[in-house]
Design a protein around this ligand. Sequence first.
Ligand code: AMP
Ligand code: GLY
Length: 414
Amino acid sequence: MKVLVIGNGGREYALCWKLNESPKVDKIFVAKGNGGTLSFCENIDIDVKDIDKLCEFAESEHIDLTVVGPEDPLCDGIVDKFRENGLKIFGPDRECAQFEKSKEFTKKFLEKYNIPTAKYMSFTDYENAINSLEKFSYPLVVKADGLCLGKGVIICQNSEEAKNALYKIFKDRVFGSEGDKVVIEEFLTGEEASLLCLVSNNKLYPLERAKDHKQIYDGDKGPNTGGVGTYSPVKASKELENNLKEVCNKIEEGLNKEKLNYSGILFIGFMIENDKPRVLEFNVRFGDPETEVLMPRLDCDLFEILNKTIDGSLEAKDIRWKDDYCLTVIMCSGGYPSSYEKGKLIKGIENVEDDILVFHNGTKVDKNLLTNGGRVLSITALGKTLKEAREKAYKDVEKISFEDAYYRKDIGVK
Ligand code: AMP
Ligand code: GLY
């Protein structure tokens, strides 16, 4: 079978790596891939947003399964287009991708189906938004409705900051049309967590949990990033597990009642306080770097379960996990998540132990292996305990180097 994976980050590398284990998969194409996927896939020079070209490619190569990594093509309707052309593709259609494309869409759904979330109001007009600020207490959160590369959320400590945030979005239009609508919501406290679910015909099949580390500095300090380290599994109390189950049931009920037909991955971001989860956001794709620790722990054929998800024949027993812990430390370019340089020579990958997985996030090959993004490499280890996985990963991070490399020293410590 031939597979096409769309995307170029660590998530896509990990998906390709796991698909490559399947005895059913003969060949993997990846658009565009990176300096790591080159070694076992064929990188294709088509942009993730060029849906027509991707579809033409899948048709001409007789691709048996396409797996979409990032949200942009999903929100632009890549799944609808492939299906219209009789091509099998993993991911939600454009209608369901609104859960990531529009924060207001998700908030309305959560409210309607009584799913715990922050109180909110949404606005299309600057003056109305300003006049409504008095209804909130501080801190509050101002969010551009649309896709803003993870930068559309502004936490405001006082009314001046809130007014500035609204001005930036509505008047300076820093997020362009993605900021045509704004959601203002209550600030939630607690521990952030996520739950990824395979969704087949609106039925949710939760995957084992992974803990992301979003802030750039140790101790969860500094600006948010896409995520610079993860581990899995994350143990939950019985009460939390029951509460998460209840959220999943309500989501299923909502999807059915709204006559949506969700298929693919639903990534539910939570804020958890005293075992009570409240939904922060939905994403309609695998998490990055959550995928980098989930794939090594998955003890079944990814190609098979993705196909079953699409066909509607998936059963919970099909999704099996290793008992091992998995932890990944992401080596970043100095300066990330602000500006950083690319093109630095990466040295030492050949020195890592055989049982360490080096997933590439942002690399390219130009004679040598070079850095090509903010997140560069995910150094990933399995272990019988979290401590063992952490010690193994950190030992080998030190064998790899590039100029200005940076990584957190406390992934999985808390
Ligand atoms: P989102 O894209 O909605 O997940 O927001 C990005 C990040 O902003 C989240 O991962 C949280 O760290 C933070 N955040 C978003 N909404 C809230 C909220 N209502 N209360 C506290 N923090 C929030
Ligand atoms: N790691 C968070 C995300 O993929 O959105």
